[in-house]
Design a binder for this molecule. Structure first.
Ligand code: KG4
Ligand code: ZN
Length: 341
């Protein structure tokens, strides 16, 4: 079985052909970062136009690189939300048109489910698993019970983790996206130097509150008139460490629930763009060890938005018999709880 996956929900136009035997036949991504960087974040109108411009040639090239014929494709999966609606419309229209032209099933993939299932494309992992889903727009702790079956334990009540990285980077006048830059500079710094707030820390529950963190960074910047390079490295390191501490604290609460309620659960998984962060991966690995769980993270190129995760989610859904109608509308907002099973 071969699925063509199309991802256009944010600032990557990405297309992949993936088999049910976990083989990525071809995978092409055009990143729009350079187009948005001058504006310090993603501009929806620019994103939509850029997806329009690139998608057709990417699909053609992806099929040609894979060595298969269009008719060998078993199903077409497109991100149908959540995301910036202009881009989602472009991707779903292309996926639906191809489905119609090739007479193959169309599968509407929820972008978050794409992230959540990616790990099963990389390794043989059974349900259920505990998942930290952390991207630019979402931060959730959830139990993945199966395809289309998610139990949310906690979410952010304000900013997402990736968003916190991006907003803090903007305050420090770094380029977009902020996560990789803060990680790189932080690797040269002292993570104990600046004490930053950790709202909800040591409180019960699995929700996150992160907006106070960027405000604290803003105040620090304003207080200190001159910032040498080493000061910035130390601030990035302290910021990264604070995020790691918060994640660890929130997940520890989740693990207490999980250990009692689901003793069969054996794996901790991280997904989403923030999962590319090495100190966060190391923190999660330690935490998993402490709780006798296996820790699995997708390779870095499958953490940030990509077409392979959409193709894989398409395969998982297709195998379960979930096929969508061509008149299904794209959705800017689409919580995992509302997924059809
Ligand atoms: O999943 P993703 O590619 O797009 C969304 O669905 O949002 O995630 C993008 C987010 C951005 O906020 C970016 O700053 C963050 O992931 N990110 C990172 C790293 N790489 C990407 N955050 C921290 N450390 C990184 N290395
Ligand atoms: Zn994403």
């Amino acid at each position: 079985m071969i699925c063509l996956g199309i991802e256009t929900s944010c600032d990557e136009t990405s297309v992949a052909l993936v088999t049910d035997e976990k083989k990525i036949l071809s995978h092409l991504t055009y990143s729009q970062i350079d187009e948005h960087q001058v504006f310090g974040g993603v501009v929806p109108e620019i994103a939509a136009r850029s997806h329009m411009e690139k998608i057709e040639s990417l699909v053609k090239e992806c099929i040609s690189l894979s060595g298969i014929a269009s008719q060998d494709i078993s199903c077409i999966a497109g991100t149908a939300g959540p995301g910036l609606i202009g881009g989602v419309i472009v991707g779903t229209m292309v996926a639906k048109s191809m489905s119609f032209a090739l007479d193959k099933p169309y599968i509407a993939v929820n972008h978050l489910e794409g992230h959540a299932l990616t790990v099963r494309l990389c390794e043989d992992i059974e349900f259920p698993y505990l998942l930290l889903l952390a991207s630019g727009g979402h931060t959730q702790i959830l139990i993945t019970h199966g395809v289309g079956n998610y139990e949310i334990l906690g979410s952010t009540i304000d900013d997402a983790i990736g968003e916190t990285f991006d907003k803090t980077a903007k305050l420090l006048k770094f380029d977009y996206p902020g996560g990789p830059i803060i990680e790189k500079l932080g690797s040269k710094g002292d993570d104990q130097r600046f004490k930053l707030p950790k709202p909800l820390y040591k409180k019960p529950g699995c929700d996150f509150s992160l907006s106070g963190l960027k405000t604290a960074v803003k105040e620090l910047i304003e207080e200190k008139p001159v910032w040498e390079n080493q000061d910035l490295y130390d601030l990035c390191a302290s910021f990264g460490k604070t995020i790691c501490d918060v994640i660890c604290d929130r997940l520890s609460n989740a693990l207490l629930v999980v250990k009692n309620k689901y003793p069969a659960l054996k794996t901790l998984v991280v997904a989403g763009g923030v999962a590319a962060n090495k100190p966060i991966r190391a923190t999660l690995e330690r935490l998993a060890n402490d709780y006798d769980l296996r820790f699995v993270a997708p390779p870095l190129n499958l953490c940030t938005d990509n077409g392979a995760m959409i193709a894989w989610a398409g395969i998982e859904r297709f195998k379960e018999g979930f096929i969508d109608s061509l008149d299904l509308p794209p959705r800017p907002r689409w919580p995992l709880e509302e997924l059809r099973r």
